[in-house]
Design a binder for this molecule. Sequence first.
Ligand code: GUN
Length: 320
Amino acid sequence: MKKYCIVANFVVPLHVFYWIMVVLDGKYIAAQIRAELKKEVADMVADGHRAPSLGIVIVGHNPASETYVANKMKACAEVGIEARKIALEESVTEAELLSCVANLNNDSSIDGFIVQLPLPPHISEQNILSAIDYRKDVDGLTPENVGRTVQGLPSIVSATPRGISELLCRYNIPTEGRHVVVIGRSNIVGKPMAILLMQRPYLLVPKMSVAAVGNATVTICHSKTRNLKDICLTADIIIVAAGSPGLLTADMVREGTTVIDVGITRVDDPATPKGYRLAGDVDFENVAPKCAYITPVPGGVGPMTIVSLLSNTLQAAKKI
Ligand code: GUN
């Protein structure tokens, strides 16, 4: 049923107003949060504590991983978090990497650390992630942290879902009672995102203002889902984290939907100086005009993910 309203004696279909579309500025919100974190770190140091410290383990020379790590180190420097990079050769064995993880677990000068993914195929990501002390797991990827999140206990939440939650909250986009379709079932984004959305909102981190999404009706879709288009057409919010450029097209989105694009794939483009461009999972040009809110790529979810890693590091440093 279409809804109508009367404006200056003209009957106007209500959906016309949905065309006021807002691009969610992750870059701006992330800068705002970095300023807040910088102050928190400065207060900590003024109180006589050492600055929070983050270990970043990178294996091999994956160009995308090297860029991510450089961006994470730069963001740490900006807020006063000490970042220590541990670069290991592609040929490192699983046993050697496990030993590196054990050293970081036991190093009292490190508050939290991450092992940048993906790892070379001869190393089991599961074995490495499971070896991280969950109190230092600032990626929120250990079975312990995931389990605690599922049970509504204080936990460190994976950075991308935490960043998306912050973005929705800071733009006052409610999730309660909304139908949220999550496309993608990865351990890093899809699964933890769906869990946060379906929970009764709770204080993820006691004493810290962590955005609380929740009370949504959640549908998780993936590569084997039938009728993806029909499901998306029933969504109030769509979160796409499939790593498939242009997957979400305009015919899959009804007017007034909020679309969050987590995709960030390097696509060859000889016309650009770097020889590639970053492509999201959403056909932005055609989807955006139908949306109430939409994130761009780049400048949407990416900056929120990095700043959430910093928030997680501060959380680990404060041991809360
Ligand atoms: N590779 C791509 N994204 C991530 C992330 O959020 N954490 C880690 N450790 N590796 C990644």
